[in-house]
Design a binder for this molecule. Sequence first.
Ligand code: C2O
Ligand code: CU
Length: 491
Amino acid sequence: MSRREFLVFSGAATAALSACAKSPAAIKAGDAAVAAAERRRRNPQAPVREVSLTAGTVSLDTGRGSVTTWGYNGTVPGPEIRLTKGDVLRAWLTNQLPEPTSIHWHGLAIRNDMDGVPGTTQKDIAPGATFTYEFTVPESGTFWFHPHSGTQLDRGLYAPFIIDDPSDTERYDGEWVVMLDDWTDGVGEAPDAILKRLSSSPGMASMAGMDMAGMQMGKSSPLLGGDSGDVIYPLYFLNGRPPANPAVFDAKAGQRLRIRLINAGAETAFRVALGGHRLTVTHTDGFPVEPVTGDAVLVGMAERYDVSVTVAGDGVFPLVAMAEGKGAQALGLVRSGPGQPPPPDVHPAELDGKVLAVGDLMATAAVTLPSKAPDRVHQVTLTTDMDRFRWRINGRTFDKRVPLDVRQGQRVRLVFENRTPMFHPMHLHGHTFQVAGPNGAIGPRKDTVIVRPMEQVTVDFIGDNPGQWLLHCHNLYHQETGMMTIVSYVT
Ligand code: C2O
Ligand code: CU
């Protein structure tokens, strides 16, 4: 099927979804049920950990001169928050940006009124204002935080949120947090300008010709099943640094290390490998999986993969994050001995070996949801417009959404069906779902899952966290032009 036929098909298939049912009463962020869910989570003896964050301007060395961007507490990435499962976080966010902001604690099943979504769970935090986020930290693992306001995520406003579990018996000799990002602010088109240009662009149909050019430029990826994105970024960062000036991780031969990979990119998936090493995936999106070893790992926007590696010997090894299907990369170095650093465009053979992705992963028994028929099934059909850059869920953009109703205690199934020629990393707030693996196998627990073109992906979650929760594509430009809806708890 050609791309054009494909789009005609997808346009026709979504026209019929306008039936309007009278909706039952929604449980809102400020409702008693939300406070009650928090009370059940909270241990009255839990320590309260205080963190002070300021969103403001930051100057950053991009390797193409210093640029002024936006970040937390003067750094990109922002300061890591590290807590223990069960702690209470009290975070003050002061807004020194010229526009309203917010913080979303990505992946955490916290109380709904602290989820950081202006217009849905809280009011905008105005320039000059301070907002206090306070919630129980429910799970251990690798998480992160970012604004849920306009295109702010495509600047430097992101940081790791790592939660330890005291009963974790795994021991490592060292641990690194690696945040990946696609970078344009100050060196290319500004994020707001990208959004404006894309949203007034004629969309997929008339881009068909351009798309051929795009494919010749390498703007497609078999791993992602088609288009790799709409924005070719000038730079790709690893921990806020360009390939010409990479972050260096010091290690010793034989050490066993944990690397926590976090993709903070707005619209880029990364294929990550460490030259001279194989990677063993141990967790994704904070939750443990049966360990599986490969040469590289595919990390979609907002996904996290924890990998373990054993340092192979003395030397300098490239940690490469290829911007998947975009012909460029981010770079870090692992240094365990003397050696010449590799060139910024180094391409270790591991990148072309076995690339692990969601289909290779299985949750450990401890976190697998028992198999059970769902109480509620929601179809989540993903489409795009022929004639303009709009992305839709069940035929609708966010402003015209029909919420997906669920009730407390229900087992809810979401069936994602991608009828577009691009991949979408679909993210549900406030829950971690069980992904159904291929052929009835058990997949991993995740909060963000890549759905490739023509693919159907089924996930189940337990309705145990009342409130109003966003469900959206974590491609920022898809999200901002419509591919977002709400999972709404109702009474
Ligand atoms: Cu990273 Cu709406 O989320
Ligand atoms: Cu998308």
